[in-house]
Structure formats: C-alpha cells, structure tokens
Design a protein around this ligand. Structure first.
Ligand code: SAH
Length: 253
C-alpha cells in the first residue's frame, strides 16, 4: 500500500494528524527532499527506509515502491504542501494503477495557504476579488497557450504564482499586459512557515528589484492583487441584516 501524504508548507507541526500517523507507521518513506522539512522524518520508525526523491527518477521511485510491496511493506510518498498542486503525483498514480498497487492520498496545507497566513491576508475579499488563480510562469515545463499569464491577468483577480521567482522581470511584464498596473499590490513570501520565513510587500512594478534586494531566488510565492491592500467592505455572511441557513437576520428574506 502506498500513501501519498501532503507534508505541509514546512513547519513540522503543519502536517495533518492523519499524515503524521502514516509517517509514524511507514516501512518506507520517499520524501521530496528539495522542499520537505527533514524534521518531519524524526517521526519515522528507527528501522524505516528513507529515500530522498530529489535525486531519483520516476522509474527509481516506482522501483523502490515495488521492492517494498514485494515484501508486504507500506510506503509513504511525502510531498511538499498539498500533493495536488505541482506535485507530479498523477504520473506516479498512473504507474501504480498499471501495477495494481493500491494507494490513497492524504491532503496537506499548501504553501499558498501558509503564505496568506504569513501575510494575515484573505484572498477572497468582498468587493475586491472572489477568485484566486494558482498558476506559474512558463519555464522548462510548458504552460498551455490559453493559460498564459497575460491572459489570466485580464481578470485582475487575486493570484498566487508558484515556481516563478527566477523570472520576475518577465512575470511583471506579463502581469501588466493584463489588468494589473505597476502600482498593484504584490508580495513575495519566502519559505512560508519555516523559521527563515520572509515576507516582502511590494508592487507588481517592483517585484524583481524587491527579490534582488532581499536575495530571494527560490522557494517563494508571488502574490498579486488588491486583496493585499485590504477592503473597506464587510462580508454579507456576518452582517446583522443578512439571513443565512443558520441565523435569522433583520432583513426580510
Ligand atoms: N505542492 C506544493 C507546491 C510544489 S511546487 C504546495 O502545495 O505548496 C514548489 C513551489 O511551491 C516553489 O517554487 C514555491 O513557489 C512554492 N512553495 C513551496 N513551499 C513554499 C513555502 N514554504 N513558502 C513559499 N513558497 C513555497
């Protein structure tokens, strides 16, 4: 049996209780060594076989899983944040299905959630944006034409950009081809929830120079949108006038 587990964004206590229990009982753990906090591995049994997937190919990962399966042993495949976001998990699941190896998935706290926590921000502010776009710049991994940043940027929604701190000059230009301007609020969140976490508030026009100034080159998210400036509008949900399924308001409905 293989358990895909979201390790969370970095802080070892941000793994879920279910994820922690699976780590504690695993016979083998294959962790994404570039981003998973090694402190999480302290939960593993002393005799647990621990492999770092940062130096492995997909074939080697599958071989290690098959070797464990042949001995009736369980594997935890530990991915950073939540496995469903840039986790390269589907290709592993496809192989496991071909091999008839059973697996399940335990979600994790994605870094975009930890970045909002670091900023004390809410992506979905009334009157500002009710949409959050998770995306990335095109790098060695191609992005479909219809999802190019300049076209997603037409919406002016809240946006969290992964895997792109190495391309901030290009990112700024793409964002400004859409609805954002050089003055639109932006933030860089480096290693959210790690002890070395750093939050840099800036604007779309100053993303590249801010990263340069603070030496941010990797493991950071770029957040963009007016949500970073806050909102003066309050929610309907907690408005005394508003009737919900749980609370009678002073309105007529
Ligand atoms: N599955 C992960 C994302 C993996 S892609 C998740 O759910 O968060 C790796 C990218 O995620 C990094 O390049 C960076 O953009 C972002 N990232 C991962 N952990 C981060 C963290 N703690 N703080 C800021 N960005 C992070």
């Amino acid at each position: 049996m293989v358990h895909f587990v979201g390790a969370g964004p970095g802080a070892p206590e941000l793994i879920t209780l279910r994820g922690a229990a699976l780590l504690e009982t695993a016979d083998q753990v294959i962790y994404a060594g570039s981003l998973v906090n090694p402190a999480l591995l302290e939960r593993c049994r002393a005799d647990c076989r621990i492999l770092n997937s940062a130096v492995m190919t997909l074939e080697e990962v599958i071989d290690a899983i098959c070797a464990a399966e042949a001995q009736g042993r369980t594997t935890v495949r530990l991915h950073t944040g939540d496995p469903s976001v840039y986790g390269a998990v589907r290709e592993q699941m496809d192989r496991l299905e071909e091999l008839k190896i059973p697996y399940d998935v335990t979600p994790g706290v994605s870094s975009f959630c930890a970045a909002a926590a670091a900023l004390r921000a809410e992506y979905t502010l009334p009157g500002i944006s009710q949409t959050l776009i998770l995306t990335r710049m095109e790098g060695r991994t191609p992005v479909p034409e219809r999802e190019q940043l300049r076209s997603l940027a037409q919406h002016g929604s809240s946006m969290a950009v992964f895997l792109s701190v190495g391309m901030l000059t290009e990112l700024q230009a793409e964002l400004m081809k859409g609805a954002y301007t050089a003055e639109t609020p932006a933030a860089l969140v480096y290693k959210a929830s790690w002890p070395e976490e750093m939050v840099v508030n800036c604007t779309v026009g100053t993303l590249a120079e801010s990263a340069e100034k603070y030496g941010i080159r990797r493991t950071a998210l770029v957040l963009v949108g007016e949500f970073l400036a806050g909102s003066r509008e309050r929610s309907r949900l907690y408005d005394p006038a508003f009737t919900t399924g749980y609370r009678k308001g002073t309105d007529k409905t």
